[in-house]
Write a protein that binds this ligand. Sequence first.
Ligand code: NAD
Length: 553
Amino acid sequence: MKTSETMKAPTGTKLTCKGWQQEAAMRMLMNNLDPEVAENPEELVVYGGIGKAARNWESFHKIIETLKELENDETLIVQSGKPVAVFRTHAHSPRVLIANSNIVPAWANWEHFYKLESEGLMMFGQMTAGSWIYIGAQGILQGTYLSFVEAGKKAFGTADLAGKLILTGGMGGMSGAQPLAGKMAGAVTLVVEVEKKRIERKIKEGYCDYLVEDLDEALELAKQFQNKKEAVSIGLVGNCADIFPAIYKKGIIPDLVTDQTSAHDPLNGYVPHGMSFEEAISLRKNDAKQYEDKAKGSMAVHVQAMLDFQSEGAEVFDYGNNIRAYAQEMGVTNAFDFPGFVPAYLRPLFCEGKGPFRWAALSGDPEDIYKTDRLAKEMFAEDESLVHWIDMAQKMVKWQGLPSRICWLGYGDRHRFALEVNRMVASGEIKAPIVFGRDHLDSGSVASPNRETEGMKDGSDAVSDWPILNALVNTAGGASWVSVHHGGGVGMGYSQHAGQVIVADGTDEAADKINRVLISDPGMGIARHVDAGYEIAIETAKKKNVHIPMLDN
Ligand code: NAD
């Protein structure tokens, strides 16, 4: 069975499927597994521990084959990465409907998931891995930059982190955005990563500046650059559960502390301390139970060090991997004393329907993305931080796979922008269709009580009707593909979330769909936050005429 060694999505304007929506789904699936994009493509793993794009290679090839034959009024049904049926629907329906990793709530834990996975019945879809809209580390870069900047504003009253030290963990698929995001924010960023080759990869990709193997050397280097107020990033090979407490013992208190190791998965994500990396991997294979216990124990040590930094004045936050829950399970009763990044910094943006919107150029030509960059800068010229973001991204982000751009846009702006792009595709200014999508970590598409919906004003953190409704309305509106997942970001039992992708192929039909989906999708974010009682959301709904029946009088 062919593996991913030479996987490259086709580019250019020649269709290999019967329509651009099928073609886009096919190219984006292949792009997810491009070795430049995916963390472990041989195993179909895209990012986030074992977040996969397809169940196995047989399923992958069958999905591609089916997409090539799929008519413009048919819909392919994908169950946890396996193509299970094709039905006749209609031209305005999604071409693909995807459900990943969903388990009836009382069974929704890692143990049961791994049982199903070992029997070949399921895969872990993470968020954008199994929904075919992962674009490499850039996908989280702007959100990470925004989080660092907002943390800086809150802690030090300034968005400029020059001379400040950020300490964090993990340099994998998404976590690998941290060194560059910290640099963009002006800070010195020290990232502890247990696997050396992950740091080497990020250096090659231009996301990290230095690789160091000795703690004292790393701290000395950080100090030098802090003194010069020079923004650099340093990858230190080591385990967070060893390194964080060691830094604390030396009396060094970083300004910002967070972590983005794959703690959501104690078996195939987080690596326990007290042994070499190789020993850990061998234990994972030979004794899963002992491995998990040791991983959770290490998370407790890791989180305790974060709490210690917090008590000494550092700004500490959880960066969306559920590490606090596992530490609490292991006896760190006050693990939730430091907040998650959403309630701490990002919720006001969610209230305006803003989130990690993104697009990719199916032509494969970076010039198409530069044209969209120019358009965004023109259309949103008054938004200084957006313009600054695009300038920085152009300078600092190297392409991975199909050229793409992440840009946090909100309700009202997403559809206006996509319609203009659709017009440019129609006129030939942009060579081939543009695919618009977003992370499931968005304003109205996720229920995740330890992350996106932590500490909701009305206590509705665990209500997962919202992501289901989000998927339903995007299906009704005619997104090109729609997905409903479980467990992304924080692990089994902790989240439910939905994704949508829509293709601007230059047709009037695409414009109609954009006009529905890119209004209702961020609109669901406003509705969700209005319902929870957030003033910003209520004001936004009124100002932008989002029809919320309970606000009518
Ligand atoms: P990944 O598996 O690609 O990378 C995680 C990295 O952590 C790996 O390189 C691994 O070697 C390293 N690691 C594991 N245990 C370690 C330890 N004890 N010490 C040091 N390094 C260790 O995963 P990813 O895509 O980078 O995602 C990381 C986490 O972030 C996941 O839990 C994911 O669910 C979460 N996530 C958060 C957001 C967000 O917006 N906040 C978005 C996507 C993913």
